[in-house]
Design a protein around this ligand. Structure first.
Ligand code: DQA
Length: 148
């Protein structure tokens, strides 16, 4: 049985404001609360989760590059860059680390500009609209995915 050791969670712009920002859309849980919860879940799954949040596109690209040697999977909510960033798409393709795209809100129920993602066709899968539970779902999925 092979088990993934390291999963990197990347949150993009404005997700540092979770809990404060548009709570009707993104919920009331803060980012530190969410991360603490995901760390607990990861521990029970015997997965090492690291988290990074960046408001800048280049910082996200750098975080993806830095993951290359050490991370077996990426969970990414690229926020608004999902809909604009060829650079983040290329970084993910460049490191060839399997990734899951997460959106807290159901982007397909929202403005048309949120319906297109530069990442989705490269992702293992996309989770949208499950609230912050989507991150936990992605973690559980990776737990299965890396079991042989
Ligand atoms: C989001 C959806 C994006 O359209 C938006 O720009 C975000 C958050 C989500 O988690 O639902 O910042 O990725």
């Amino acid at each position: 049985m092979t088990k993934v050791a390291n999963i990197l969670l990347i949150n993009g712009p404005n997700l540092n404001l979770l809990g404060l920002r548009e709570p009707n859309t993104y919920g009331k849980q803060t980012l530190p609360e969410l991360i603490a919860h995901l760390e607990q879940v990861a521990k029970t799954l015997q997965i090492n989760i690291s988290h990074t949040q960046h408001n800048g596109e280049g910082q996200i690209v750098d975080a993806i590059h830095a993951a290359k040697e050490t991370q077996q999977g990426i969970i990414i909510n690229a926020g608004a860059y999902t809909h604009t960033s060829i650079a983040i798409r290329d970084a993910l393709a460049g490191v060839t680390i399997p990734f899951i795209e997460v959106h807290i809100s159901n982007v397909y129920k929202r403005e048309p500009f949120r319906h297109y993602s530069y990442l989705s066709d490269q992702a293992i899968g996309v989770i949208a609209g499950l609230g912050v539970y989507g991150y936990e779902a992605a973690l559980n999925f990776f737990n299965q995915y890396f079991m042989e």
